[in-house]
Structures are given as structure tokens and as C-alpha cells.
Design a protein around this ligand. Structure first.
Ligand SMILES: Cc1cc2nc3c(=O)[nH]c(=O)nc-3n(C[C@H](O)[C@H](O)[C@H](O)COP(=O)(O)O)c2cc1C
Length: 330
């Protein structure tokens, strides 16, 4: 028990220290850096944070050789991950809150996170727990989050908040800068385009979520069933991208099944069909994506009510509103 001056409320109160499990995996350290920003204020407030970094039995490469990068596609989409090394904590350890941080691979959660959510230990750790998800990716996280929501519910967890961090460049620019980063490891300014990845200022400001969470834990808000991080611009959705992403995800499901019919990950047998997929993907990116953005732009006034509804729905549970920003920004 401790007596402290509560952040934001100015009221002294008796509070119990909370235990928080944070699941993390990051190749470049970007997601780890954002995670650190969120958990530092929790630790500073005295809460006990266990950071568990997922370790695949066979590490994924960084930067990714082109063939390995494409070859990972079907298993990402079909949620068929290779195994992880055992966790450093027992599966029956109890936490007050779980924070799942992940990146998107092929419109699905990255394979280490999928492996965690499908493992008996991961499912046991989530059972009956309030869960916060945090994603950092290029810009298309809606399908992956839908999958996260389903896997968390299947494990018996309760998704309470979602935080989304996306790359700083324009959607079309990141079609170049993100693959360049993943395939060469270089994320600097290129051809006049902004550097790949989430903007450093966005990363720094992620600490507002940690301060708000610390405040929520002090008030036992994690038990309320309500979002704890509303009003902090937690997740902003571009509904135009959402429509393209839905179409892309449907196509990905068909292609991933087809490619797996030719062979397993790493087998030569499926390389020809992988090549056909790459040609399809590039054609899609240079034709259908700009075309669909153009059509949506042209019909924007007609589509607006529908897109506004879609945006509000997809930004749940934490939303893009800003009414609490001043209170927790620093
Ligand atoms: C195999 C692979 C597939 C990816 N697919 C997507 C994607 O579909 N959508 C997206 O927004 N970002 C995608 N990314 C980018 C990642 O989400 C992430 O931003 C990047 O890998 C850096 O994350 P990290 O360094 O924290 O691991 C992909 C990255 C990899 C390695």
C-alpha cells in the first residue's frame, strides 16, 4: 500500500501497486522504443511491470532477404507461426493488466505475436485479464487488429484499449520507404521522401499513454470494463485506406491458401507461385491502390457520411478524440 499524490487528480489516495505484463517483439527496436515510452511512467508510478520479449526459436532476419520476406507471407496471413522459445514467466502468473505490443506483417499480426496468442501459455496469461493493444506499422493495421481482437477474445481476455502508431510518410511514399527499410535496413530520407518509420516526436509523446494508464490503475479503472485511454488520440483511422485494406485482405487470404497448396515455408516448390504473387502485388500497388484513392477522392462528398461512420466504428475502443491530451501530454 502506498500514499501518493495522484497524477491529474491532486487527491492523495491509498492505492495498491498493480502488476502489468507487457509482451514485446521488435526487429529494429522501434516498437521496443514506443513500448518503453509507455511503460516508463507506469514504473515511475510504482507499478510492477514485467516486460516479456518474445524470442522465436529460429530468429527472423533483419534486414529481410527478398525471398524470405515474400516467403513469410502465406504463414502470416494464415496465422501459422513457427514456435517461440519458452516464456521467462510461469503461465499461471497473475497480472492486473496485459499490454500486447505488435507490428503488422502482411495485414496480420507479426508472427511472434500470433505465436504468443495461439500458445497455451499466452492464452492462460490473457484469461479474464483486461488487455491493451499497441501497434506500430506502416499504416494498415485494421485487419491485423481485427485478428488480435478475435484471438484475445478466444483466449478469454477483454480488449479495453487500442493504440496505433503509423509511419510518418504519406501512404504512397511509404510504399517505397517501408519496403526499402525492411529489405535493406536503411530508413533515412530517400528521393525526397521522409524517413521510414514512426516520427520521433510521435514516439516521445507515447509516454502520455503511460501516464494515463498509471492514473487509471491507481483508480482501479482497469476493472471497470471501460476504455482507459479515451481522449488521447489513441487510434486515428483513414477510412479511405480502410476500404483498400479490406479488399487487399480478402485477396491475401485467397493467395496465401493457394501458395500453401504448393509447399511449406522455405521449400523451393512454392517459389514460382510466390513470384506470380509478387507480380500481382506490385501491379495492385501501382494500379488499384492509387485508382481507388482517386475514385474515393472524386466521390468524397457522396461518400463522406458513410466514411465518417466507418471511421468512428474502426477507431473504437479508444478513439481519436483529444479531450484528455492537455492533461497527460508533456
Ligand atoms: C515481413 C513484413 C511484412 C510487413 N507487412 C506490413 C504490412 O502489411 N502493413 C504495414 O503497415 N507494415 C508492414 N510491415 C512493417 C512493420 O509493421 C514494421 O513497421 C517494421 O517491420 C518495423 O518494426 P520493428 O522494427 O519494431 O520490428 C511489414 C514488415 C515485415 C518485416
Amino acid at each position: 500500500m502506498r500514499d501518493l499524490l495522484k497524477f491529474g487528480t491532486n487527491q492523495p489516495a491509498e492505492t495498491r501497486l498493480k502488476t502489468v505484463l507487457v509482451i514485446n517483439y521488435s526487429q529494429t527496436g522501434q516498437l521496443a522504443e514506443i513500448t518503453e515510452q509507455v511503460i516508463s511512467p507506469l514504473r515511475a508510478a510504482g507499478h510492477q511491470v514485467h516486460l516479456e520479449t518474445l524470442v522465436p526459436e529460429t530468429p527472423f532476419p533483419w534486414p529481410w532477404p527478398m525471398v524470405d520476406f515474400i516467403d513469410a507471407f502465406p504463414e502470416c496471413v494464415q496465422l501459422d507461426p513457427p514456435p517461440l522459445k519458452p516464456l521467462s514467466i510461469p503461465a499461471d502468473r497473475q497480472f492486473d493488466l496485459v499490454i500486447l505490443t505488435y507490428q503488422v506483417w502482411y495485414l496480420a499480426p507479426a508472427l511472434p505475436m500470433t505465436a504468443f496468442l495461439k500458445s497455451p501459455a499466452g492464452r492462460q496469461l490473457l484469461k479474464d485479464k483486461p488487455v491493451v493493444t499497441l501497434v506500430a506499422c506502416r499504416n494498415m493495421w485494421l485487419s491485423a487488429q481485427e485478428t488480435m481482437r478475435r484471438l484475445i477474445a478466444e483466449a478469454g481476455g477483454q480488449l479495453r484499449d487500442h493504440l496505433a502508431f503509423t509511419d510518418q510518410g504519406h501512404a504512397l511514399a511509404t510504399f517505397i520507404t517501408t519496403p526499402r527499410w525492411v529489405l535493406t535496413g536503411r530508413r533515412d530520407r530517400f528521393l525526397g521522401l521522409p524517413p521510414a518509420g514512426v516520427a520521433p516526436e510521435e514516439i516521445r509523446q507515447a509516454s502520455r499513454f503511460g501516464r494515463a494508464l498509471a492514473d487509471a490503475l491507481d483508480r482501479d479503472h482497469e476493472k471497470s470494463g471501460e476504455p482507459m485511454l479515451a481522449g488521447l488520440r489513441a487510434a486515428t483511422v483513414n477510412p479511405r485506406l480502410a476500404l483498400s485494406e479490406r479488399a487487399g485482405h480478402r485477396a491475401f487470404r485467397v493467395w496465401s491458401k493457394l501458395i500453401r497448396a504448393f509447399g511449406k515455408r522455405g521449400q523451393w516448390r512454392r517459389r514460382p507461385i510466390l513470384l506470380v504473387f509478387v507480380i500481382y502485388l506490385i501491379t495492385l500497388i501501382v494500379t488499384v491502390v492509387p485508382l481507388s484513392l482517386l475514385v474515393q477522392w472524386l466521390f468524397a462528398p457522396l461518400l463522406k457520411p458513410r466514411l465518417d461512420r466507418l471511421r468512428a466504428e474502426l477507431e473504437q475502443p479508444s478513439g481519436s478524440q483529444e479531450f484528455n491530451l492537455q492533461k497527460y501530454d508533456q
